[in-house]
Design a protein around this ligand. Structure first.
Ligand SMILES: Cc1cc2nc3c(=O)[nH]c(=O)nc-3n(C[C@H](O)[C@H](O)[C@H](O)COP(=O)(O)OP(=O)(O)OC[C@H]3O[C@@H](n4cnc5c(N)ncnc54)[C@H](O)[C@@H]3O)c2cc1C
Length: 506
């Protein structure tokens, strides 16, 4: 067996340091040398503040203490995303992480709800979700250890809203302490080996040559190895996800931090609001075909809750993915692998799942193509399902008030998504495929939130006497309301357990 020895990670943003931390934790340094190259002059993209609950698994795998992590990254807690004005102006809903209600035997909860809703006997579906209701009321706590599994309190799924730059710095300390070597400076050239075109080495501006067996490209949008050296190609999804620019601006904290990220539909895109402990992250994600940069900046600045702390920072992107995520001996992670715009905060999750997949399929030095093909097939599946989920938000809208929303509402959508929408519209059914990232609960919340109300429901619900159905739904709603009532305010929880010191004093 001919093992890989030298792993070179190009880039020190969230993707690079997440990869370095996970690889050094799992592989160790006895048999592997792990080197990370980054350039302070180039810097990192520095956004990416809203995350998914999977990040907790990643941090647990590294053995990171949660309270310490929250304090170090100025984090707050996130129970889901509040979508404002997406279906029509004035409407809002929460896409929460935890399951909605509880299933009735084999019947998914939402099937029972659908029947009662059609009869005018149910509240909005969010009233049956502990985390959706807690989010709306500004409450947060993790699941206590001593509640029975039948309580909705036993399953509080949450993630974090954090300072991505501080997270990268923290992971850097973690990885370096365990033996990852860091090289500061700009890469000038990539050396390909004859005759197979694998990457042999990168050459720094000062002439230093860094050889590797496996290269992990975390160089951001530029895709230094995967694109500039290997010309892997890019699949462009902007027909379906037309936003291609963003302006990011921090603002002063305003009121108590919400335990959710708020995304508000705007005339030519949408605006994010992510409260951290020390500030609020804001941004306008927009389509340059529908609004100018200057107009977008003015719009953003006039729609902040708090005072801006800097000028808006422009970012450009094209939603899509590399044609191959792993090409020869280069695996691309993070923005180097592609970008599905940030509406559902999926990018950091995709870094994490790419790392996990790489570890599952970790190659020998011969880089057997079977492993590479499997990695790429799994990644394509994962990315395309997320892509469809995002398109759903744009396409299933009643908004016709601007050319942007007219375009989104009437654009053609992938056949895969059309099939899922038809199935749901017909009878409220959704089936999660294989290792798809978003759950049935997620799809159901967003389909309903975006106004797709099924024409029917599962026939078996009719076997339930109506009085029993009412009692079941009433019970779920009451239990949820009682539990939310007992939860502390998000700010109180932070103050009691994980208040971050002012920056510079940690
Ligand atoms: C507008 C916007 C909003 C986003 N919001 C979210 C969100 O809410 N949630 C989420 O999960 N994700 C979000 N993301 C994505 C998230 O920011 C990224 O996935 C994450 O930060 C990882 O970035 P990265 O490490 O791939 O790239 P970067 O942070 O750009 O890092 C690239 C690294 O490569 C190095 N580098 C590049 N070229 C060279 C060279 N020649 N020599 C040496 N070093 C080099 C740089 O120095 C840097 O260290 C958002 C992205 C955008 C654009």
């Amino acid at each position: 067996m001919n093992r890989i020895k030298n792993i070179v990670i190009v880039g020190g943003g969230s993707a690079g340091w997440m990869a370095a931390s996970a690889l050094v934790k799992v592989l160790g340094t006895e048999n592997y040398s792990i080197r990370l190259i980054e350039s302070e002059e180039i810097g990192i993209v520095g956004v990416g503040e809203s995350t998914l609950p999977h990040l907790r698994l990643f941090n647990n795998m590294l053995g990171i203490n949660e309270i310490e992590f929250v304090k170090e990254t100025q984090a707050t807690f996130k129970l889901g995303i509040q979508f404002v004005d997406w279906l029509r102006e004035g409407q809002h809903y929460v896409h929460a992480f935890s399951p909605t209600g509880r299933d009735y035997g084999r019947l998914p909860f939402h099937q029972c709800w659908l029947k009662a809703w059609r009869m005018g006997r149910a509240s909005p579906i969010g009233d049956y979700s502990l985390t959706a209701l807690a989010a709306e009321r500004g409450k947060f706590m993790p699941s206590p250890n001593d509640v029975p599994a039948s309580s909705p309190l036993s399953n509080i799924a949450y993630s974090y809203q954090f300072d991505a730059g501080l997270y990268a710095q923290w992971l850097r300390r973690y990885a370096e302490a365990r033996g990852v070597k860091r090289t500061e400076g700009k890469i000038r050239q990539t050396v390909l080996r004859e005759p197979d075109g694998f990457v042999d080495a990168v050459v720094m501006e000062n002439g230093e040559r860094i050889d590797g067996d496996l290269f992990i490209d975390c160089s951001g949008f530029r895709g230094l190895l995967i694109e500039q050296a290997l010309h892997t190609g890019y699949e462009d999804w902007s027909h379906w996800l037309p936003c291609n620019r963003a302006l990011a601006v921090p603002s002063e904290s305003f009121g108590q931090p919400t335990p959710y990220t708020r995304v508000t539909a705007r005339p030519a895109g949408w605006q994010w609001r992510i409260p951290l402990q020390h500030r609020v992250g804001n941004g306008y994600v927009y389509s340059s075909n529908h609004i100018s940069d200057d107009e977008a900046a003015a719009y953003l600045l006039s729609h902040l809750d708090g005072k801006p702390l800097a000028d808006p920072r422009p970012l450009r992107f094209t939603s899509g993915r590399r044609k191959k995520f792993w090409n020869k001996n280069v695996v691309a992670l993070g923005l180097a692998s592609g970008f599905i715009e940030p509406l559902e905060s999926t990018s950091i999750f995709l870094v994490q799942s790419g790392i996990a997949r790489l570890l599952d399929l970790f190659p020998e030095a011969d880089f057997n193509q079977v492993l590479i093909d499997r990695y790429n097939a799994q990644s394509v599946f994962e990315w395309e399902r997320i892509r469809d989920f995002l398109i759903l938000h744009y396409n299933a809208t009643e908004r016709a008030d601007t050319p942007f929303w007219d375009y989104c509402r009437t654009m053609s959508i992938p056949d895969s998504l059309r099939g899922y929408i038809e199935l749901f519209r017909n009878s409220g059914r959704y089936f999660r495929d294989a290792d798809e990232m978003f759950t049935v609960t997620s799809w159901v919340q967003v389909m309903i939130g975006q106004g797709i109300l099924p024409q029917s429901y599962h026939p078996v619900v009719d076997q339930l006497p109506e009085a029993e159905l009412d009692e079941f739904l009433g019970d779920v709603k009451n239990v949820v309301a009682t539990c939310v009532e007992a939860m502390p305010m998000h700010q109180v929880f932070i103050d009691n357990y994980c208040k971050a010191p002012p920056l510079g004093l940690s």
